[in-house]
Write a protein that binds this ligand. Structure first.
Ligand code: SF4
Length: 335
């Protein structure tokens, strides 16, 4: 997925002429980390230090880490700038997957025989392939819809774990969604947000699966977690200290609300949260998460206690209805 530095990165590196660069890569690009660092050093003349800490998204740029090592530029590869907005202290460079999507899309069409109108969604690595996927679907007489995002995603059809606005924009007009990209999380989120049939075509695993029932199961699990949260006597409010995930004010407001509802509450700060770290806070009956919404979905099974995202906590506390929550289950805005 990353054979050579893109020309725009080389041009920007030369224009900015940094002295020390903090390089941040998601897991998928780390096997090529040394080669990428050498190319950046050659193109810029700068020294490069690569971060071995997790790098989850463009919300996670780690400016504090850059400051700690004296880096004057962060280069982060594999994500898209939040809302398409560039930053002065960082170069956020997207990567493009090149494998032909056609064989997987043909298999998806075998499953989507009955549906006439298909919504497309993907992650940033595959946004440039949506036109090709559209062509294949249209050749089979499908009507294709690709929505425009209104949140943190930058491109038409792009979804993030915390922003499904592009899919929601077309959900009313489609019979099913086809998600093209890696992993299950985004496709499950699509099902939860839109209530539509969701087929996931994963080019990394070479798999095409119907995740509609899994998304419904996940939604039922979230409902059960909300019910369990209501009985909690003491709640840990999780606040992440990193970049755009940091919502200290919201965490303080949530802490206050929990206390007014007769629950004990304590804000727990973290940089990188591991489920095991929460296990040791055994006084806490439940957690409310103000950071990346994936934490609540993916870590709850290992923690064995409810971890609710902000809007789920609002439902448990009677501040939002279930229907209002369903309008945007992965947003961390309270209302
Ligand atoms: S908050 Fe989570 S889902 Fe949203 S961009 Fe960051 S890592 Fe991705």
């Amino acid at each position: 997925m990353f054979d050579a530095l893109p020309p725009e990165l080389i041009e920007e590196l030369r224009r900015r002429s940094p002295k020390l660069i903090l390089l941040r890569l998601p897991d998928g690009l780390r096997p090529n980390c040394a080669a990428i660092a050498e190319s950046i050093a050659r193109a810029s003349g700068a020294k490069v230090i690569a971060s071995a800490d997790p790098c989850y998204g463009a919300c996670d740029l780690a400016p504090e880490d850059a400051e700690a090592i004296g880096a004057d530029l962060i280069v982060q590869i594999g994500h898209s700038p939040l809302g398409g907005r560039r930053r002065g202290d960082a170069l956020i460079i997207e990567t493009k997957a090149e494998a032909d999507p056609a064989p997987l899309i043909e298999r998806a069409l075998d499953i989507l025989k009955a549906e006439r109108s298909i919504g497309l969604a993907t992650t940033v690595q595959h946004v440039h392939q949506l036109d090709r996927i559209r062509e294949i679907l249209e050749a089979s007489s499908k009507e294709v819809r690709i929505g425009r995002p209104s949140g943190w995603a930058a491109y038409e059809g792009q979804v993030l774990g915390c922003d499904y606005s592009a899919a929601k924009a077309v959900a009313d007009g489609v019979d099913a969604f086809l998600f093209f990209g890696g992993g299950r999380f985004h496709a499950l989120g699509l099902g939860m947000v839109t209530d539509k049939r969701v087929i996931a075509a994963d080019p990394y695993e070479g798999r095409v699966v119907d995740l509609t029932d899994d998304a419904k199961r996940l939604l039922r699990a979230r409902c059960a977690a909300i019910e369990a949260f209501k009985a909690a006597k003491r709640v840990g409010v999780l606040v992440c200290l990193k970049g755009s995930q940091k919502r200290l004010r919201e965490a303080a407001e949530l802490e206050g609300l929990l206390e007014r509802r007769g629950k004990g509450a304590l804000i727990l700060s973290f940089r990188d949260l591991r489920a095991e770290a929460l296990l040791s806070f055994s006084e806490m009956d439940a957690f409310a998460n103000t950071a990346c919404p994936r934490i609540a979905i993916e870590d709850q099974p290992a923690v064995g206690r409810p971890i609710l995202n902000v809007r789920e906590a609002m439902v448990a506390l009677g501040e939002l209805s279930w229907e209002e929550y369903r309008e945007d289950p992965f947003s961390q805005a309270k209302a």
